[in-house]
Design a binder for this molecule. Structure first.
Ligand code: FES
Ligand code: FES
Length: 179
């Protein structure tokens, strides 16, 4: 067993892991970050994609292929790191007086996937959204060819891809409007 340090969704975590444990399993089993999905388990589908920054900027990686030990001292963003949970109005629920309810604000890319029907069963969706995030970081106003290339490592069995591409185009429009 080896101790590693990871920054996950901006929070520092110290974990003790066996040498062969995959980053995917550390995220899902040790940290309960089950938004990261397992599809093929062989680096082919992108369902397990996360953003990993080892100091050179975030890269899109398949967490099923990465031993957790190899991710030591990196910063990782999972799908849970995109939505923002924040305090909302004081709750008017009489059962919880003097407390604040929590609300989760979806990331604009997540909203675009919802609005444009880019998600159906949802297995591919976390990876698709993180791939889109990475794409828009590099190409804020991508062409269709760049969108297709940026999502080429992410497979979807449900949508036929057109709605996903439209979701990305919508997210790109918002991204350029807001930057
Ligand atoms: S589960 Fe990792 S690429 Fe398919
Ligand atoms: S929405 Fe089902 S695999 Fe993509």
């Amino acid at each position: 067993m080896t101790q590693i340090q990871l920054t996950i969704n901006e929070k520092s975590q110290t974990l003790t892991v066996p040498p062969t444990k995959r980053l995917l399993d550390v995220l899902r089993e040790d940290l309960a970050l089950t938004g990261t999905k397992e599809g093929c388990g062989e680096g082919e589908c992108g369902a397990c994609a996360v953003l990993l920054d080892s100091g050179q900027g975030p890269e899109l990686v398949n967490s099923c292929l990465i031993p957790a030990l190899q991710a030591n001292n990196t910063a990782i963003t999972t799908i849970e790191g995109l939505a923002v949970t924040q305090s909302a109005e004081a709750s008017d629920d009489p059962l919880i007086p003097n407390t604040y309810s929590l609300t989760t604000a979806l990331h604009p890319i997540q909203k675009c996937f919802l609005e444009k029907g880019g998600a159906q069963c949802g297995i591919c969706t976390p990876g698709m959204i993180l791939a889109t995030h990475h794409l828009l970081d590099n190409y804020p106003n991508p062409t269709m060819a760049q969108i297709q290339e940026g999502l080429a490592g992410n497979l979807c069995r449900c949508t036929g891809y057109m709605r996903i591409f439209e979701s990305v185009q919508q997210a790109a429009k918002l991204h350029t409007q807001n930057s």
